[in-house]
Design a protein around this ligand. Sequence first.
Ligand SMILES: Nc1ncnc2c1ncn2[C@@H]1O[C@H](COP(=O)(O)OP(=O)(O)O)[C@@H](O)[C@H]1O
Ligand SMILES: [Mg+2]
Length: 159
Amino acid sequence: MSLELGPLRLQGPGATDAVGRLLGGRAEPGFFYALSGALGAGKTTLAQGILSGAGVEAVGGSPSFLIVRTYRGRLTVYHVDLYRLGEGAAGEPLGWEEILEGEGLAVVEWAEYLRPLWPAEYLWLRLERPEGAEGYRLLRLEAAGGTYERLAREVAAAC
Ligand SMILES: Nc1ncnc2c1ncn2[C@@H]1O[C@H](COP(=O)(O)OP(=O)(O)O)[C@@H](O)[C@H]1O
Ligand SMILES: [Mg+2]
């Protein structure tokens, strides 16, 4: 059972950042935010907003060259980008159990590549840049678990 909301319209990068900050501010130990969307859809923008909201001060760039970047904010935050691993991601010995089921917040770009390892409860954020869209993105939310369902509703109400 899960709750699906959207599409929500995010008008400009600032709107993507604002959703991220809200999510980062609400994050608790063990949280899992799954991010999906084609290249250029806004995943890293959203992830950086989440990091800021979670109290991470020095946010690096996209983790594209490092699969996992670990930050200390209000809580430990793992920023993961699976783009280069693709479908083989789950088989890589990168300590997924600690990242996905430990005490930190996991923010995972291209999260679909790790689908078999997702925790039972999650918030899945799917970004889309519609054909020809310049100044906005669409965001769809799928929440599994009461905590994430409430959060998804809060995001929808804020957009
Ligand atoms: N809501 C939005 N409206 C318009 N542009 C956006 C929005 N969110 C992000 N962008 C822009 O889209 C581009 C790609 O963003 P990025 O986060 O790098 O995407 P991804 O990580 O999915 O490849 C950036 O220039 C970013 O500023
Ligand atoms: Mg990116």
